[in-house]
Design a protein around this ligand. Structure first.
Ligand code: 6GU
Length: 244
């Protein structure tokens, strides 16, 4: 998969050189390119922003540097691929594991990291001629720019690419894999600072352990994220409903 990130702060993306994603790049599983938006300006001051039409606080990112950067990137797109242009924005659709899987199925992702009050809206419409365009938010809070969001999304998507995570089993038993939060985990020592572990985990009874963990997933999800329970598909319950 090819990933391009356009930003006025390329240093923010240095984290993509380390850990799992850094390894995936070295292994040739991920082809990541970070671009400085200012390299696509043509004025002496390398200007990327201007005042908003209609007035109001803050500055808006000028459209032309974005057009030049995106044209350059679309020329580098893998043959036959229609790139997905992800525009990190608190006004976007909320990112989740289902979206991460959709992104992981694409050949070419491009992240347009805006700063200030955002990018001139016409850029998104113009880009839709050669990109699928999707404004995406990390959640209901405001960051200073799209860089941290792009980092989070590249990591969430990158680890779904076959070969990036060493043990693919880890992808099955984690939060959101099945729509529920993950069960609690414990390691040695079995007694620590006055606290033991659930005895079933020492029983050697794998069916009982699986049942315990499943129950813990439901308890935890109900307590912390009741909203997730509404949208999960429980096959056993569905079968019961059908019978009734
Ligand atoms: Cl994707 N961008 C910005 N600037 N703020 C955010 C966000 C994205 N998601 C949540 N807050």
């Amino acid at each position: 998969m090819r990933v391009d990130v356009v930003t006025i702060f390329p240093e923010y993306l240095a984290a993509l050189d380390v850990s799992l994603i850094g390894r995936a790049r070295k292994d040739g599983l991920l082809d990541v390119h970070v671009h400085d938006l200012r390299d696509f300006t043509v004025d002496k001051h390398r200007t990327v922003d201007d005042t908003p039409y209609g007035g109001g606080a803050g500055m808006v990112m000028k459209p032309e540097p974005w057009a030049l950067s995106l044209l350059s990137i679309s020329e580098q797109s893998p043959a036959g691929a229609r790139p997905l242009l992800v525009v990190p924005s608190p006004a976007g659709q909320v990112f989740n594991q289902a979206l991460a899987h959709e992104f992981a199925g694409r050949e070419h992702l491009v992240f347009a990291c805006g700063r200030y009050e955002g990018i001139d809206e016409r850029v998104l419409d113009w880009a839709s001629e050669s990109f699928d365009v999707l404004p995406v938010s990390l959640g209901d809070y405001v960051l200073n720019g799209g860089e941290v969001a792009a980092l989070a999304m590249v990591e969430a998507v990158g680890r779904l690419i076959p070969g990036v995570v060493g043990n693919p089993e880890s992808l099955v038993e984690e939060s959101h894999a099945d729509g529920l939060l993950e069960y609690p985990v414990y390691t040695k020592p079995s007694f620590w600072r006055g606290r033991g572990i659930p005895p079933v985990l020492l029983s050697g009874n794998h069916a009982k352990i699986a049942e315990f963990r499943r129950t813990e997933q439901f308890i935890r999800t109900a307590a912390r994220r009741p909203d997730l329970l509404a949208s999960i598909d429980v096959p056993s319950l569905t079968a019961t409903d059908r019978a009734a």
